[in-house]
Design a protein around this ligand. Structure first.
Ligand code: SAM
Length: 230
């Protein structure tokens, strides 16, 4: 009998899981567990660089006022706040929706929106990237930052992005990928397999979740493969 080919949905980090639903449940627990320390851990793990990467993403998008934007897996709102600033009109209004599968992550984002006086400016919607609760052709822009690798069925998420984007709408994915030089790969492996789980243990008291984050990056399709999927 032919062996079933293992794809994204069969791996939670390096661990094999029985189904897409099983992976989804495990990913959910990771983000429930990391939500409270999410910001500080992002800053520590990346040395603050995630802020620069996110700003670079916004520069590449070149947002314009009035754009209907959807940030998927938008959790803590980082991308949404930047998009809001870049697209708001003279009354401070924008058309930004944040969607995430995990209510704990959305809660962190909403709390941050309150702190910035933006609570009523953004829409917060619980939803799975594989089957978003939005109409066809609804958005000009779809962003997903450090989210796609956590989705069980990447192909389904990409198909749903296409469905909800208007004709001519644009899709932007910010994600870790494969280092292109072997020297950089060695340094990167050394850092991520040792330092990140260590920080997870010491700062967030949760080594396992951060071990998963590192492994999920290794399991994510490389640049060419993702390009093909898209
Ligand atoms: N985009 C934010 C950022 O850049 O800081 C959060 C990224 S965080 C690493 C990954 C997010 O993906 C989490 O908030 C998690 O709940 C969300 N997520 C995981 N699986 C998802 C799915 N199937 N659909 C939507 N969001 C998902």
């Amino acid at each position: 009998m032919a062996k079933e080919k293992k794809t994204d949905e069969h791996f939670f980090g390096f661990e094999e899981v029985s189904s897409a639903e099983a992976k989804m449940g495990r990913v959910r627990s990771v983000f429930e567990s990391v939500a409270g320390n999410y910001d500080i851990m992002n800053d520590l793990m990346s040395g603050g660089m995630h802020r620069l990467w996110k700003r670079r993403l916004i520069r590449l998008i070149r947002p314009r006022p009035g754009m209907e934007c959807l940030d998927v897996a938008g959790g803590t709102g980082d991308i949404a706040f930047l998009l809001h600033d870049a697209t708001k009109d003279k009354n401070g209004n924008s058309k930004i929706t944040v969607s995430d599968i995990n209510p704990a992550m959305l809660e962190v984002g909403q709390q941050r929106a309150i702190d910035r006086g933006l609570m009523n400016k953004l829409q917060w919607v619980e939803g799975n990237a594989e089957q978003l609760p939005f109409a066809d052709n609804a958005f000009d822009l779809y962003t997903i930052a450090f989210g796609l690798r956590n989705v069980s069925r990447i192909d389904k998420a990409l198909a749903d992005a296409y469905r909800i984007l208007k004709p001519g709408g644009r899709f932007f994915c910010l994600e870790f990928s494969k280092p292109v030089t072997s020297l950089f790969r060695k340094a990167y492996d050394l850092y991520s397999f040792n330092v990140i789980p260590f920080l997870g243990e010491k700062v967030a008291n949760d080594r396992e979740s951060y071990q998963y984050l590192v492994e999920s990056i290794r399991q994510f399709p490389d640049q060419k493969t993702l390009q093909k999927k898209m």
